[in-house]
Design a protein around this ligand. Structure first.
Ligand code: GCW
Length: 712
C-alpha cells in the first residue's frame, strides 16, 4: 500500500480502475499477474500494431460487451501507449471489429455463419478481413462470452509480440466445465492454501464488494475459466443458509458477465439439525431433520427446496461438489446407501434448473482393501451406469493423492457410462507449497497424455476427460486453486504460472507445456527471447527435479504428516495408510510397495497391456518402479547402476537441478523486475536448502536398511 501511494505521487503513473497500472513503475509486486499490458518496447511491432488498430468497434450493449471495451481500452492503452479510438463506424480505417452476427452488421456481412456454427457458445473466430477498403481484425462469436475470450486471445497475441497479419484462428474449449475449486473455509482460512487468506470476505458480503473480486474474475476469464467452486470440499453446512446464499448471489452477479458461474461444495448432512454436531464428526447440518439418508422423502424434499431457493437467487447456479464418506465427511454410506444414491438425490434436485453434481471419488475406506490406491476403483467401478445424467464422478489424477508422481487413477477409462471430471491440484500441497518453483503443466501433460488403453492404444486420459472416448458432451476439469489474498495472489510468482497453465489446459489440453510457459513468461517476466529461453528451461525441468529430490523412482507419500512439506520417511504412528512406512516399505531386502499380481494386484486395475507392463520389473517404467514393486537394493537398473546407486543418483540429480535453477535465475538479474527477481531468488535459496534436507533425510534413513554407502 505504501509503495502504491508513493508511485502515485512521485512517478508519472496513471492509476486506473481494476488492476491496470500503466506506465513505468519501479517494481512489480505481482498483483497484475499476466495482464500487465506494458508498453511494447519493440518499435517495429509497436508501429505495426498501432497501424493495424487505429479504431475499435465493439457492438453489443451487454455488461460483457462493456467489459470487453474496458479491457481493450485498458489493454491497448497500455500496450500501444496511446488512447484508442472507439467508433461506431469503420469508415475505411484499419479497425478491430468485435461482434456477433446478430449485434454487428459488419460481422454479419462477412459471412462467418458456417464456421461459427461449429464453435458453440464459448468459441470464437479471430480473423483478418477486408471490407470496403478497410483492413479489419475481426473477433466474431455466437455470444458475448465468446467475444470476451477472443478479446483476451488478441491481447495475448500482442503481449507475446505475435504478428497480427493474416489472422485465422478458430478456438473452442475442449472441456465444458473449467472450474477452480477453492478449498476456502467460512472463517477465512484456506485448506492447503499457501498464499494468504481467502479472497471471499463473508462478513462484508453482500453489501461490500471487494474490488479484488473483479480482478479475480478478469484473470480467470482471461484463461477461459468458466466456473468457481467457492468453498472447501470439507464443507461447512452453513454455506447453504439463507444469509450465505445472499452473499453468494452477490458474487455470482459480479462474475456472470465474465462468463463465470458459481458452484458450491455441500455437506451431505446439511438437512440435519445442528444438534447432531459431534466433536470432529461433521454431522451437524442447518436443517431440522434427524437424518440425511438419501432415500428418505423428507431429506429429498429438503434438497429440492434448497435447490429452488438457490436458483431463485442465482438463476445460473452451476451445481454442487460433494466429498462424502471420505476423511470423516458424512455421506450416504452412513445409511448403508451407495454413492450413486447420494449423488442422484442431489442430481434430481438440481436437474430442473440445469445444475450438475460433481461427486468426488476421493475415498479410501480401509475396509475396502488393504492397499489404499485400490479403494476408489473398487467402490466406484461397480456403480458405473447408475448415476443420473447430470452427475459427474470427479477423480484426482492419480489413485493416491496429488503426489509429485503417480500413475493415472485407473478409474479413468473404467467407467464408460459415467462422465468423469478430472481434478488437478494447482496448490502445491505435496510439491513444496508456495516455496518451491515447480511448473505443474509438465506434470499435468504427463497425466493427460497417459494412455489408459481402455479402448486400445490412444485411449489417453485426455480423451476420457474431453468426452471424445465415449462421446460425452458433459465434460470438465477442476483445479484446486492456489489463490489467496497475498498481494501477488499465489505466494510465489511462478505459482501464478500454474494457475495460468491450468486454465489454458482446461481450454485446450493439446497445448504443450512449453508453449504455455512461453506465453506466461512473455506476459509476466520478459519478451526478450534469451530470457524466455532461460526461464522456460528452468520451468520445464522443475517438476522432474522436485520428483527426484523428494520421491524418485515411484516412491510416494514420504512427506511430513499433516504439514506435507518436508520429508518424514520414518513416521509410523496412527492410521497405517497415513504413514510413510506403509508406502515405502523399506527393509533389509529392498524398498517399494508390491502392487504386482503377487502383491496387492493394483496392477490388475489397469487395462492390458499396461497391466502386464507394470506387473513385470523388467518392463515397468522406472519412474513407477517402487510404486508397483518391492525391489532389491542390488536390482540392476537400465543405467547399469544398482537400485541403491540409482536412488542416490536421483536424489543428487534433483538437488543439482535446483542449484542450476538458482544460478540461471541469478544470471537474469538485469533483465527481470527487481522486486520479482528478489522474491524468486529468496524462494529458490530456500528451495535449495530444503531440497538438500529431503535428500539427506531420505538417503540417511534408507541407508539404515540398504547398509550401502551414499554415492554420487
Ligand atoms: O490430500 C488431502 C488433503 C486434504 C483434502 C483432501 C481432499 C480437502 O490433505 O486437505 O481435504 O485431500 O482432497 O478431500
Amino acid at each position: 500500500m505504501r509503495r502504491r501511494l508513493l508511485f502515485t505521487f512521485t512517478l508519472p503513473v496513471i492509476v486506473l480502475g481494476l488492476f491496470s497500472v500503466v506506465g513505468t513503475s519501479l517494481s512489480d509486486d505481482g498483483y497484475t499477474l499476466w495482464m500487465k499490458y506494458k508498453k511494447i518496447d519493440d518499435e517495429r511491432r509497436l508501429s505495426q500494431y498501432q497501424h493495424a488498430i487505429s479504431t475499435v468497434n465493439v457492438s453489443g450493449t451487454s455488461e460483457t460487451c462493456r467489459i470487453i471495451r474496458e479491457e481493450l481500452e485498458n489493454g491497448l492503452r497500455g500496450l500501444l501507449g496511446k488512447e484508442v479510438l472507439f467508433a461506431a463506424a469503420v469508415n475505411g480505417k484499419n479497425a478491430l471489429v468485435i461482434g456477433t452476427p446478430v449485434t454487428s452488421d459488419i460481422v454479419n456481412k462477412l459471412g462467418y455463419h458456417a464456421r461459427l456454427q461449429s464453435l458453440g457458445k464459448e468459441g470464437y473466430l479471430l480473423k483478418s478481413a477486408e471490407l470496403k477498403g478497410s483492413n479489419l481484425i475481426v473477433i466474431a462469436a455466437n455470444g458475448d462470452i465468446g467475444l470476451l475470450y477472443g478479446t483476451f486471445h488478441l491481447l495475448r497475441l500482442m503481449q507475446t509480440r505475435h504478428s497480427l497479419d493474416s489472422l485465422d484462428v478458430s478456438s473452442r474449449p475442449k472441456t465444458q466445465y473449467r472450474l477452480l475449486n477453492h478449498w476456502d473455509n467460512l472463517d477465512g482460512s484456506i485448506e492447503r492454501g499457501y498464499a494468504g487468506r481467502s479472497l471471499w470476505k463473508w462478513d462484508d458480503l453482500p453489501k461490500k464488494i471487494d474490488p479484488r473480486y473483479r480482478d479475480y474474475a478478469r484473470a480467470a476469464a482471461s484463461i477461459g475459466i468458466n466456473g468457481t467452486v467457492l468453498n472447501n470440499v470439507n464443507a461447512d453446512p452453513r454455506i447453504l443458509d439463507a444469509q450465505h446464499l445472499q452473499k453468494i448471489a452477490a458474487l455470482a452477479d459480479l462474475f456472470r458477465p465474465y462468463g463465470i458461474r458459481v458452484f458450491l461444495s455441500v455437506n451431505f448432512a446439511s438437512p440435519m439439525s445442528g444438534r447432531f454436531e459431534l466433536d470432529g464428526d461433521r454431522k451437524g447440518g442447518i436443517g431440522n431433520l434427524t437424518t440425511s439418508d438419501p432415500l428418505n422423502p423428507g431429506v429429498r424434499l429438503w434438497w429440492k427446496n434448497k435447490a429452488r431457493e438457490i436458483y431463485g437467487l442465482i438463476p445460473d447456479f452451476g451445481g454442487f461438489v460433494v466429498k462424502a464418506n471420505s476423511e470423516g465427511m458424512p455421506g450416504p454410506q452412513d445409511y448403508k446407501r451407495t454413492h450413486a444414491n447420494g449423488a442422484n438425490m442431489l442430481g434430481e434436485s438440481l436437474a430442473p434448473y440445469g445444475g450438475v453434481v460433481m461427486w468426488r471419488a476421493f475415498v479410501y475406506n480401509p475396509d475396502v482393501d488393504f492397499d489404499r490406491v485400490k479403494r476408489a476403483y473398487k467402490e466406484f467401478v461397480p456403480l458405473d451406469g447408475k448415476f443420473l445424467s447430470n452427475v459427474f464422478v470427479q477423480a484426482k489424477n492419480g489413485p493416491l493423492d496429488f503426489q509429485p508422481r503417480e500413475p493415472v487413477q485407473p478409474l479413468f477409462g473404467a467407467m464408460p457410462k459415467t462422465p468423469l471430471m478430472l481434478e488437478l491440484q494447482i496448490t502445491q500441497e505435496y510439491l513444496g507449497h508456495s516455496t518451491y518453483l515447480v511448473y505443474l503443466a509438465s506434470m499435468w501433460k504427463e497425466y493427460l497424455q497417459f494412455d489408459t488403453y481402455a479402448k486400445g492404444r490412444g485411449s489417453t486420459l485426455a480423451s476420457v476427460v474431453d468426452g471424445t472416448m465415449e462421446n460425452y458432451q458433459m465434460t470438465g476439469m477442476a483445479g484446486v486453486a492456489n489463490i489467496g489474498d497475498d498481494r501477488n495472489w499465489c505466494g510465489h510468482i511462478f505459482a501464478q504460472a500454474n494457475w495460468y497453465a491450468f486454465g489454458r489446459l482446461a481450454w485446450d489440453h493439446r497445448l504443450s507445456a512449453e508453449q504455455i510457459a512461453d506465453e506466461w513468461i512473455r506476459m509476466t517476466l520478459s519478451n526478450n527471447s534469451s530470457v524466455v529461453a532461460s526461464v522456460r528451461s528452468m520451468m520445464m525441468g522443475s517438476r522432474e527435479a522436485c520428483v527426484d529430490y523428494m520421491e524418485p523412482l515411484g516412491l510416494h507419500h514420504i512427506m511430513q504428516t499433516d504439514f506435507h512439506y518436508g520429508p518424514e520417511p520414518s513416521y509410523d504412528k496412527g492410521r497405517p495408510d497415513w504413514t510413510p512406512v506403509y508406502y515405502h516399505r523399506a527393509d533389509s531386502i529392498g524398498i517399494g510397495f508390491d502392487r504386482s499380481s503377487s502383491g496387492s494386484n493394483a496392477v490388475g486395475q489397469y487395462f492390458s497391456p499396461l497391466r502386464e507392463m507394470f506387473d513385470d520389473t523388467s518392463t515397468c517404467p522406472e519412474k513407477y518402479l517402487l510404486w508397483f514393486h518391492h525391489v532389491r537394493w542390488d536390482h540392476r537398473m537400465k543405467s547399469g547402476r544398482t537400485l541403491w546407486e540409482e536412488l542416490c543418483n536421483k536424489y543428487y540429480a534433483g538437488t543439482m537441478c535446483v542449484d542450476s535453477m538458482l544460478a540461471t535465475w541469478k544470471s537474469l538479474e538485469k533483465s527481470i523486475d527487481p522486486e520479482i527477481f528478489l522474491q524468486v531468488k529468496a524462494r529458490l535459496e530456500k528451495q535449495k536448502t530444503d531440497a538438500e534436507i529431503w535428500r539427506g533425510t531420505c538417503l540417511r534413513y534408507f541407508q539404515r536398511f540398504s547398509k550401502m554407502p551414499v554415492i554420487h
